[in-house]
Design a binder for this molecule. Structure first.
Ligand code: ADP
Ligand code: MG
Length: 729
């Protein structure tokens, strides 16, 4: 009998929603109170320091050492006024989460006394004990150490009693060891390229920022039940477990009323998020039971990334108070919807224009079309780069699972825009455009805003969909650092827009008027990028066939999805935009592969362990009871009659044996396959071995375990069942 499962279930029955206390009735009273934002800086910094920080934040200026000292003092005074005792450089190593090492502000001085102390040098640069962060060989080869460097474009903030200073993480030889440094470079590249193109339309546009609005999905599970599932605890997902009879078939959870305990949790973390200036505005139930989503107002991409990472951290911390565990894994429960993190992306200007928003007149609509078509062409050329950016062991469970976007990258734009692009493609004839042609096309382009009003197309099966004024990249995983997707999209855009500018300028040099040159170039791009556009059902088998015919890649698992990183086109893309060097790409490839192997290895170990020490013993106990029952029947009825009377028992006894034997032999085979794989030298070959030779065993073992779960006395089943984990109250 499994004590922990039933004890956990009893514990859950006693749970009550927590009462959440708010700092004030008005969010505006405490919004951003834990952020060293511009208004706080004005209060705590000298004029000179304030001006310098603002220049660094908004114009990318360097900060001198003596100014850094002044800033450090201001930051420390502010933090200490809020009860803060420690500070940390907060950074985003390639492990996927964030890292911090806390140092106290106080410093012992003579006479056994201490003073509070913080200076510019400590603000600007730190050397974390970085040897345990993944570096894909960069640090080992060069014997270089890594250091964190202050990124003044992201505001410092307070978590608990610690002042967190956002930093980038680089090696002493200058290579990026994190997600943030290349993100900042990609954002600079797209800024320069998009600003140049904007000059065709509006000379006042001098700066373009990529915007990101993420939507974070997650599951909530009670802590007691979570603790009774070693697989969830150690790998973030259930490795065995039969899908509940009532899952999501009725669609009754989606947008249903949020359970009271979950509501209290949400109110609590939202309050913490507001203090940190994270603009979370939306919350609702998701498709599966116990699945939820929260989404903020969009922000500039780098800040949005920081805020998403902070929020993931907050979710876990606040959940503990409510006796919940937050599951961020992409597929915690087989048979139920997984979790993603849609990345809504656009480009915004210093003049407050969203470049993917249809305009009000032909000129602004042409600008809109320019950015729309360039995005399509960029993604067409670099669909594999986009696919690589979302590859992970956990996201593999989701992509192509008939509930999430497929692993095939395609773009949806809706019927109206499709018609518009078709018109541009067909109506421009070779040679000079006649005035009539131009007028007619301009009229059509002028109609875009009305067309878009009728646009109710909400294809939800497309991985990259235009949704009226932005693209929504839906294939990003719920655990991912959005930087990866943002680095890819913005680098691709930077390259595409630069090429566009060169091509249009060349046409103008040859005598075309500006508008005509732009239209003709757009026509070429539309023609060249047709195969990436798909308006149909992305979840269907038909699309897989059609995509193959079109020559689109379908990279189903991580080792394959990472292969493009070795290609010349991938390396050239990132090198040409100054985002990542060949060496950095090589090291990232290594790190991703290693992380993939480790994750599958851990899962395989846990699964083997659970089978041997929990599932098999539980099943044997029930089988023994059946055998005792059979013995009793024989005693009373005699062997012959007992066989008839105990037909059901005999059948179950045999079935249990069958599945026990399958589980045992498959676990043994899996262990052997691991031993073989572990001897492989090449990181890539090893990842392929884990993918192709070890993962399939896990499926087979789960299948037999789930069969056992369905025939064994409920009282003997040792692990909380999926339907119990998904109890909503
Ligand atoms: P869905 O229908 O997919 O649930 P929502 O309307 O809930 O979409 O979410 C839209 C998301 O898109 C929000 O996070 C919002 O902030 C974001 N968004 C809106 N406009 C932009 C923009 N210009 N750039 C980036 N993100 C945007
Ligand atoms: Mg969405």
């Amino acid at each position: 009998m499994s004590v922990s499962r039933f004890r956990a279930l009893e514990e859950v029955q006693t749970r009550k929603p927590l009462t959440v206390s708010y700092p004030s009735d008005k969010v505006s009273d405490y919004y951003g109170e834990n952020v060293f934002n511009v208004s706080t800086m004005r209060a705590f910094l000298t004029d000179e320091a304030f001006k310098n920080v603002k220049k660094a934040m908004f114009e990318g200026h360097r900060i001198e050492r003596n100014i850094a000292d002044q800033i450090a003092i201001g930051m420390k005074d502010w933090a200490m006024s809020k009860g803060v005792t420690h500070y940390t450089h907060w950074f985003q190593p390639l492990t996927g989460s964030t890292a911090e090492k806390h140092d106290a502000f106080f410093k012992p001085i003579e006479d056994g006394r201490a003073i509070e102390h913080f200076e510019g040098q400590l603000l600007i640069q730190q050397e974390p004990d970085a040897s345990s962060f993944p570096n894909g060989g960069i640090r080992n080869t060069f014997e270089a150490r890594g250091y964190t460097a202050w990124d003044p474009t992201s505001p410092a903030f307070i978590m608990g009693k610690t002042l967190c200073i956002p930093t980038i993480f680089i090696s002493y030889t200058g290579e990026s060891l994190d997600y943030k440094a290349p993100l900042l470079k990609a954002l600079d590249a797209v800024d320069a390229a998009a600003t140049d193109v904007c000059q065709y339309f509006d000379k006042n546009i001098t700066r373009v920022r990529a915007t990101l609005g993420w939507e974070q999905e997650y599951f909530l599970v009670d802590t007691a039940l979570f603790n009774a599932r070693p697989d969830l605890k150690m790998s973030g997902r259930t490795l065995v477990g039969h899908a509940p009879a009532k899952g999501q078939q009725l669609d009754d959870h989606y947008f249903g009323s949020i359970p009271a305990r979950a509501t209290a949790f949400m109110q609590d973390f939202e309050t913490e998020a507001y203090r940190l200036g994270i603009p979370v505005t939306t919350r609702h139930n998701e498709v599966a039971p116990n699945q939820f989503e929260c989404a903020p107002m969009f922000e500039e991409a780098d800040l949005a990334v920081d805020h998403n990472l902070l929020l993931m951290d907050l979710l876990a911390k606040v959940a503990a108070r409510h006796h919940f565990e937050v599951l961020l894994h992409e597929k915690p429960f087989a048979g139920l919807n997984g979790s993603g993190k849609h990345n809504n992306w656009s480009l915004g200007t210093n003049t407050n224009v969203n470049l993917l928003q249809p305009g009000k007149n032909p000129k602004t609509n042409l600008r809109f079309l320019t950015f729309l078509v360039n995005t399509i062409k960029g993604i067409h050329d670099y669909a594999d780069v986009l696919r690589t950016s979302i590859a992970s062991a956990s996201n593999d469970h989701r992509l192509g699972g008939h509930e999430a976007p497929p692993a095939i990258m395609s773009i949806f734009i809706g019927t109206q825009l499709t018609d518009m692009l078709d018109k541009i493609e067909k109506s421009i004839k070779a040679g000079k455009m006649t005035p009539e042609d131009k007028t007619s096309l301009k009229l059509d382009i002028g109609k875009i805003p009305q067309l878009m009003l009728d646009n109710t197309d909400r294809n939800r099966t497309s991985p990259f969909a235009f949704t009226g004024n932005k693209f929504e990249f839906r294939a990003v995983g719920s655990t991912a650092n959005c930087s990866q997707a943002m680095i890819a999209i913005n680098t691709i855009m930077a390259k595409q827009l630069k090429e566009f500018k060169i091509a249009v300028d060349a046409r103008i040099d040859k005598g075309d008027k500006k508008d005509e040159a732009i239209l003709k170039e757009l026509q070429d791009l539309i023609k060249a990028s047709k195969k990436i556009r798909f308006e149909g059902n992305g979840y269907g088998e038909e699309w897989v066939k059609e995509a193959k015919k079109r020559g689109l890649s379908n990279l189903k698992d991580t080792p394959r999805a990472l292969q493009p990183m070795k290609t010349k086109s991938y390396i050239d893309l990132f090198e040409s935009q100054g985002v990542l060097s060949a060496r950095e790409i090589e090291s990232r490839h290594e790190i991703e592969l290693e992380s993939y192997t480790l994750k599958i290895q851990i899962e395989a170990r846990i699964l083997g362990d659970i089978c041997q020490t929990t599932i098999i013993p539980g099943a044997i106990r029930y089988q023994t009871e059946l055998l005792d029952n059979m013995k009793g029947l024989q005693d009373v009825l005699g062997t012959k009659e007992a066989k008839e009377a105990g037909a059901t028992q005999i059948q179950i006894i045999k079935e249990i044996s069958k599945h026990l034997n399958i589980i045992k032999s498959k676990v043994d085979e899996m262990v052997n396959a691991r031993k073989v794989a572990n001897k492989i030298e090449s990181t890539e070959e090893k990842a392929f071995a884990y993918c192709d030779n070890i993962k399939p065993f896990m499926e087979e073992i789960k299948y037999s375990s789930d069969k056992l779960e369905q025939i064994i006395d409920n009282a003997y089943w040792p692990l909380p069942k999926l339907r119990e984990l998904l109890l909503t109250k």
